[in-house]
Design a protein around this ligand. Sequence first.
Ligand SMILES: Cc1cc2nc3c(=O)[nH]c(=O)nc-3n(C[C@H](O)[C@H](O)[C@H](O)COP(=O)(O)OP(=O)(O)OC[C@H]3O[C@@H](n4cnc5c(N)ncnc54)[C@H](O)[C@@H]3O)c2cc1C
Ligand code: SF4
Length: 537
Amino acid sequence: MTVRPTGEAAYRDGSGAFVPPEVRVVRGSELERNLALRVDACVIGSGAGGAPVAKELAEAGLSVAMLEEGERHAADDYTAVPRDMSAVLYRDAGQIATIGVPPILLPLGMTVGGSTHINSATCFRTPEAVLAMWAERFGLEQLDARELDPYFRRVERELNVVQTPPALAGRNAAAVKRGADRLGYSGDFVYRNVRGCVGSGVCNFGCPTQAKQHVGITYVPKAWAAGATTYTGTRALRVVCEGPRARGVEAVTASGRRIEIRCDVVVVAAGTIHSPILLRRSGVEDRSGEIGRNLSLHPATGVRALFDEPIEMWDGVPQSYYVDEFANEGIMLEGAAGTPDWIATSLPYFGELHHALMQNVGNLSQFGIMVSDSSRGRVREVAGLPVVQYGLDRRDTLLFKRGLEVLSEIYWAAGARRVYLPVAGLPELGPQDMGALRALDLRAEQLSLIAFHPLGTCRMGADPAAAPVDAEGRLHGYEGLYVADGSVVPSSLGVNPQITIMALATRIAYAIAGKPAPVDEPHPEHIAKPKVSIAHP
Ligand SMILES: Cc1cc2nc3c(=O)[nH]c(=O)nc-3n(C[C@H](O)[C@H](O)[C@H](O)COP(=O)(O)OP(=O)(O)OC[C@H]3O[C@@H](n4cnc5c(N)ncnc54)[C@H](O)[C@@H]3O)c2cc1C
Ligand code: SF4
């Protein structure tokens, strides 16, 4: 049995990045004529779902065209200034929000690598309790931990998933860990997909050292090496079907040219918000009536705390530590550090309080609360634009209240002077004020929320009357039409989803190529073992 190291040496080792022999990119923004292509497979989207599918299909010998609405960006383009980089790497500069109570900011990546390009690199496998719940509720018995293990190992090797060393985790994580340890709460340093990370703290705005192994610099170049081509600045308009058989894709480029692709395999991997819209616009038959529904978000928020000691939260890995003591209740606490300019724009306060916190920003700590949601939303296209409806239900609101209480307690135990809540009407607490928080009848509209993990709008399930796609990602009732991205994940996971999405996408690609599961992937020395033994709805 081969073992892959996951410790400090592997984390700090910057060698081993893949360099493709050729950059096979056609820039849609520069295309001056219409194109007609004939390939074996067209993959729409180059994120956590699309990139692994494109690479695995190309390596299996299929000719592959990968369409990506965003552009390709590399470290030379990065300024590390959040405001600049949001406009470059995020869809609509990261300003998309849900409609509902409360409105929730919903940032999405739009570049080669999709949201993995701007994510925090946190890696968790799908908890076994969640897989068991999928078997029971959605008839997905084949997706058990033993079946998925070779695909997890393959993804983790491709991305170099390794554990953050304490020395790079930063003082923000150290403060929260100190508080959690004093209260006896369980937690661990985050496993991340990096090579040679130096803790520069700007993972969400383009990793300046290319240490973060997002799929745009791992899977996509490997797809090129196997002959695939990425068409950037190219938006898929619709999937073309003849009856129940996929026959191709119609796309438009940023220069206004048309690309028509004829192929026998279409893999829709445009992400949880855009895949259902594309399928509906294509007029596919949906016997389940579920395309675009069942949207879960893992809504999240941040608590801040002021310390007497310097924290300088921009120094170190921003999401380097998690507290899983409350994971079985549906609450994960994860690092949410950032640079001062980003903190200034994301604090949910104004006037005096905002000013005071920014003046003391060097002593400020920030940590996140993520809820495994039972609330469900819906995605539709209205006047050519995606509309995301989602309201926070009572259960999830109460989970936030519990999360605010336990994170505040952790901060007090760590020695914080003041705690700042994302709650209208109760923005600030002193050590004696916990009674006010406990007594609060928290309403959803009082919370400032953000969500990074939309899932479920084309969920997998055995029953075509209840779920749009089967366990192999095939649209029920169709031949050659697959979905492979966050939209197929049937429920909230309780942990960050990129490894789940990539493992499912890899398995879907293997099924399309008719290949058995990989047998020779190395076993990781260690993996994250979050305390999730209960699945949430
Ligand atoms: C700021 C942030 C931090 C995150 N941190 C983490 C983390 O630390 N760990 C973790 O596990 N997860 C994290 N996530 C979530 C994770 O990155 C996503 O769940 C994952 O990338 C989703 O994969 P996907 O394939 O569904 O969509 P994406 O990765 O978003 O890829 C979809 C791609 O499709 C393209 N596209 C859309 N429509 C079209 C079209 N019509 N034609 C052509 N292309 C199209 C988009 O431009 C995009 O590039 C984070 C997300 C964000 C936004
Ligand atoms: S902390 Fe810095 S070096 Fe490490 S992955 Fe994030 S941006 Fe890259």
